[in-house]
Design a binder for this molecule. Structure first.
Ligand SMILES: C[S@@+](CC[C@H](N)C(=O)[O-])C[C@H]1O[C@@H](n2cnc3c(N)ncnc32)[C@H](O)[C@@H]1O
Length: 228
């Protein structure tokens, strides 16, 4: 079972999503799924701008007070860990560990403020890979940030393949960032996943984007569904 005390909630901002996934104006006009969005502010800020975003994450089985308390309990630990491993990151857009803390907390605050309304509106759904509760082609674009490939040690190849195929089932196009695992090496599941997706008839590319925070993580996997 998904237990909150094992989760370290950490959420990125709308601006980071735009850069990670090279999102253009036309991408934002369709129906978007954010899979594993957690406490990121992408849904909150996109909704405010008039976009249609649904976020799917097992974190959403918890209420606002529980998630808020968990963020408060783990925040210092994440900041300390980042300070110890500073050389693994590029301090350019975000210039210091202190600024990182502020950027992440602002994003998570925006998420928390939006969360109760988003739950009611069905924009935050408690559901998880590799099986999503959406019909085929429900979304124009599926985004997955800092879950697949990053947690290659915890999530095996079978999980990756099933999850990528599931994302392709529910979205016409899928983008995943990053393609590196924790530690900075290319995910051991990347090559096999690309082969599997191509064998299934999908169009697959690995594209450079303008975002880089984890050193070397500057590429996204882009999959266009084969609609025959
Ligand atoms: C490192 S966080 C990334 C959050 C957000 N995408 C971002 O980039 O800021 C990973 C997220 O994946 C979620 N997660 C874990 N297992 C999942 C699964 N099987 N399906 C969907 N989300 C999952 C976690 O709850 C967490 O919110």
């Amino acid at each position: 079972m998904f237990a909150l005390d094992q989760v370290v909630p950490w959420g990125r901002s709308f601006a980071e999503y735009i850069a990670m996934f090279a999102l253009g104006r036309s991408d934002m006009t369709g129906r978007i799924l954010g899979c594993g969005d957690g406490p990121a502010s992408f849904n909150a800020e996109s909704t405010r701008k008039g976009a249609k975003v649904v976020s799917s994450d097992p974190l959403y089985s918890f209420d606002k007070a529980d998630i808020e308390a968990r963020i408060a309990a783990t925040y210092e630990q994440v900041i300390d860990q980042t300070r110890k491993n500073q050389t693994e990151f590029i301090w350019k857009e975000i210039t210091s560990v202190e600024e990182l803390g502020k950027v992440r907390m602002a994003a998570m605050r925006a998420f928390l403020d939006d969360y109760p309304a988003g739950l009611v509106e069905g924009r935050y759904l408690n559901s998880e890979l590799p099986a999503l509760p959406f019909h085929d082609g429900a979304f124009d674009l599926g985004l997955c940030s800092h879950l697949l490939f990053l947690y290659s040690q915890q999530l095996d190849e079978t999980f990756h393949h099933a999850s990528l195929l599931e994302l392709c089932r529910v979205a016409k196009e899928v983008r995943v960032f990053p393609v590196l695992a924790l530690g900075g090496a290319i995910s051991p599941h990347l090559e096999g996943s690309v082969e599997m997706l191509r064998a299934a008839g999908h169009l697959v590319s690995i594209e450079r984007v303008s975002y880089e925070f984890q050193r070397g993580a500057r590429e996204m996997l882009r999959i266009k569904r084969d609609d025959g």
